[in-house]
Structure formats: C-alpha cells, structure tokens
Design a binder for this molecule. Structure first.
Ligand SMILES: Cc1cc2nc3c(=O)[nH]c(=O)nc-3n(C[C@H](O)[C@H](O)[C@H](O)COP(=O)(O)OP(=O)(O)OC[C@H]3O[C@@H](n4cnc5c(N)ncnc54)[C@H](O)[C@@H]3O)c2cc1C
Length: 409
C-alpha cells in the first residue's frame, strides 16, 4: 500500500502503547497521522496487569480520555508475607492497578480505522531533504514529514540507525499469570487479594495485585489476581532452552505463551510448592495459562536521527520493577509532540526532544537495575552484599517498587 505525502504528516511504526498514544497526541496538535502495525490480528488480549501512576491519568486527560473510576482496581495496602504466610510488613500506598488490555482498548478506539494500517511491517527508512519514506515488507511505501519508531524492544527503526544497540538479558525472567478471583481460596481472598503483595523466596521475588476480570469486569468476585514471579535462569545453559518450543524452534527475546514447553511449566509449579508462601502457592495453582517474559535492559545512546525518532521500548527498556513501561512511553510521546509543536523544523524539534528523554531513559533503567538487586545471589565482598541487601528489605521494596517518585525528584 502507498500513503500519499501531505504537509505535517507523521508516520508511526508500531501500533501498541507508544505508537497509539503518540498518534493520538500528534493528532491533537493538528498532525495527520498514520500508524503502521506489523501484526495483522487485533493486539488486544495479549497483556496482563499494569500498575498506574498519576502520569497515566494526566496523559489520558491530554488526549481527552477520562476513564474515571473504571481505570482499574483501586488498592490501598502493600503487604509482604513471611515465609510461612504470616504478615511480615505492610505499607499504605494507594494505587490503581489496571491491565494492558484496558488501556490498549481505550486508545485504539480513538484512532480512526483508516489511519491504523495492520499487517504492514517496516523494512527500511529512507530520508530525503523534504521528508521521510517508510518502506514495507509488502513492497509498499508511505511518505511523511517525520517518522516515529514505536516498534518495541526489537525495533527495526533503531536497528537501522543503531545496529549495535541490543537488549541485554538481566539474568532472570518473570513468570506471569492471571488467576480468577473466584478460583482462589478464601484465605487468599481475605489476606492478599485486595493488596499489592510480595513474597521473597531466596534469590527470587513474587508479587501480585488485583486487576479487572475478563471484559474489564471490576465487580467483586469477577476480578483476577495478576502475578509476576522473578526467577533466575542462566543466559547460556537455561534461557535458550526456556525459549525453545516443543517442536525445537528457538524464539528470540520471548516465547508465545501456548508454545512454552510443558516441562518448564511443571517445573515452575513444583518450585512454587517448594518455595512460595501458602497464599501464592494457591494463586499459582489457580493460574491456568502461565506465561513468561525474560527481563532485559535496553539503553539507546541516541533517539533522534534527522527526521526519525524512537520512543517507548524501542528507545529504552527498564526492568519491570519500576512498573513504568507505559508511563515512560507516553512521556516520550508527549515530549515529542511538544517538541514538534515548538518548532516548524522537524530536525530541530527532534534534537530538542532527544536530550531530556535520554536523561530520563537512563535514569529509569538505572533505577530498575537497582530494584533488581533484590534478586542477586552472588557478591564480590561483604560491602556489596550489604548494599544489595537493602533492596530485599520489605520496607524498601514496598516503598520503591512500581512508583515513579524517584523520577519526580
Ligand atoms: C513482567 C512485566 C511487568 C510489567 N509491568 C508494567 C507495569 O506495571 N506498568 C507499565 O507501565 N509497564 C509494565 N511493563 C512494560 C510494558 O508492558 C511495555 O514497556 C510497554 O507496553 C511499551 O510499549 P511500546 O509500544 O513501546 O512497545 P510494544 O508494546 O512492544 O509495541 C511495539 C509494537 O510495534 C510493532 N512492530 C514491531 N516491529 C515492527 C515493524 N518492523 N513494523 C511495524 N510494526 C512493528 C509490534 O508488533 C508491537 O505491536 C511490564 C513488563 C513486564 C515484562
């Protein structure tokens, strides 16, 4: 397919959290926007839980979206369980827990259908003095004034301009899952369901929080409990095996949930019985389709390349301990829209956009690495051990996980 060039047209590569939001923010500032998504099928249904921050509601308001009380499940308490399942510590920290689907559906509904092009995979970007051209795998192309790479951790746009920048495996994966509230035992429902709860087996971290049920159902008894269980897998001897399906096909970066080998799911369930608190054992037991996500760091030294910029996970990926992938992607998009509004010259605008976002990206990646210290098991010396142990203290962990306060200064 070919999209004709007109003045002030933005081409957005990737139609997920960063791409949809950037598209809506730019439309609001008067740009014509076309979004190109590689995946032909509807993207909804693939996500799990997300912690929200005030920045999420502010960003939604900027594009005239107000989900009101329906954004997700409001929680008040964070709790850390002791090994036997008793309460080790708790902290009052109100937060709304939502889901990837809820946010995606809200954004996608606001983008005109004819501007969201499915099944188009970017192959190459061509820059000309007067504009930029996106070339797609089907042989088609599109012209615009600016091109935004919102194409995620394996970004083709980033690969063209920074081929050496690659995700770096953090040494652990997150086993994730959603369990129906109705399938959980009375003790789980009473003791942890309404909370952001933590469990700390040696060298690991399990956490969970409530989210809406299927079809965004927020009614008591119809919600789900979202879990994220960080476990170490060696980069050479274990991770490649974990990412290989029953047919022996090795998947790069991550593996689709139905293809995870049964033996790994069985091992994970057996390990849950051995090391988790009774409450979290029950949640794992009630989780029908666990899935896994290897954890990566990604740092881009540059975000702007003439008329091309990268945002969201294409630019920086921070480990999920900061719970801020969506907030960061949207703050990138807002900064980009503001920069493009501040100058009619696209290249000047993108240069202005780049510097503060580089600083923020580096900050958030570094912070997430610090929080990930709670999973370390090897130390060079005692002082390193002591510094690291701080991140396993329940009070520190509960106060610092999935909050953006550190970035507000
Ligand atoms: C365990 C875990 C927990 C998390 N918890 C949270 C949380 O609590 N809060 C939070 O905010 N975030 C959380 N995140 C992070 C969040 O899910 C992502 O950071 C966020 O969705 C980034 O969105 P994106 O649009 O940049 O990238 P993606 O969502 O990866 O989207 C990229 C899109 O580009 C498309 N694409 C790729 N290549 C091409 C191409 N060549 N041409 C066209 N299209 C292409 C892809 O198909 C995809 O749709 C968590 C992550 C993990 C692993």
């Amino acid at each position: 397919m070919t999209v004709q060039n007109k003045s002030r047209r933005a081409l957005i590569i990737g139609g997920s959290m960063a791409g949809l939001y950037a598209g809506l923010a730019l439309r609001k500032s008067g740009w014509e926007v076309d979004i190109f998504e590689r995946v032909e099928a509807e993207l909804s249904g693939r996500g799990a839980g997300l912690a929200t921050h005030p920045e999420i509601r502010e960003a939604l308001a900027r594009i005239d979206l107000d989900p009101g009380p329906d954004l997700g499940v409001d929680i008040v308490w964070r709790k850390t369980l002791a090994p036997g399942g008793g309460l080790a510590a708790q902290l009052e920290l109100p937060q709304t827990m939502t889901s990837w689907d809820r946010i995606y559906t809200m954004l996608a509904a606001k983008v005109p259908r004819e501007r969201y092009h499915r099944g188009l995979e970017l192959r190459r970007v061509e820059q000309r003095p007067s504009g930029v051209v996106a070339h797609f795998a089907d042989g088609g192309s599109a012209e615009g004034d600016v091109l935004i790479g919102a194409d995620g951790i394996r970004s083709s746009v980033r690969a063209q301009y920074q081929p050496d920048v690659k995700p770096h495996y953090a040494g652990y994966v997150a086993w994730r899952g959603l369990a129906n509230e109705a399938d959980l035992s009375p003790s789980v429902r009473e003791e942890i369901f309404e909370a952001f709860a933590f469990d700390l087996p040696p060298g690991e971290q399990m956490l969970g929080y409530p989210v809406a049920g299927p079809n965004e159902d927020l009614r008591k008894g119809h919600r789900r409990y979202n879990t994220v269980w960080y476990r170490r897998y060696d980069a050479i001897s274990e991770l490649p095996e974990l990412l290989t399906d029953e047919r022996g096909r090795r998947h790069p970066i991550s593996i689709p949930p139905p293809l995870i080998r049964k033996r790994f799911i069985e091992e994970m369930r057996a390990h849950a019985e051995a090391v988790l608190t009774p409450q979290f054992r029950d949640v794992v037991h009630a989780t029908a389709q666990p899935f896994l996500q290897p954890i990566y760091d990604l740092v881009s030294p540059r975000l702007a390349f003439g008329r091309v910029a990268i945002i969201g996970d294409a630019a920086f990926v921070a480990r999920p301990h900061v719970g801020a992938g969506v907030a960061k992607a949207w703050l990138d998009a807002i900064a980009l829209a503001d920069a493009l509004e501040s100058s009619s010259d696209v290249e000047t605008a993108l240069e202005r956009f780049e510097r503060p976002r580089l600083a923020f990206g580096n900050l958030i990646v570094a912070r997430a690495r610090e929080l990930g210290q709670c999973l370390r098991v090897e130390f060079r010396d005692d002082s390193e051990r002591r510094a690291t142990e701080r991140w396993r203290r329940p009070d520190v962990m509960m106060k610092e996980t999935a909050v953006l306060d550190f970035a507000r200064g």
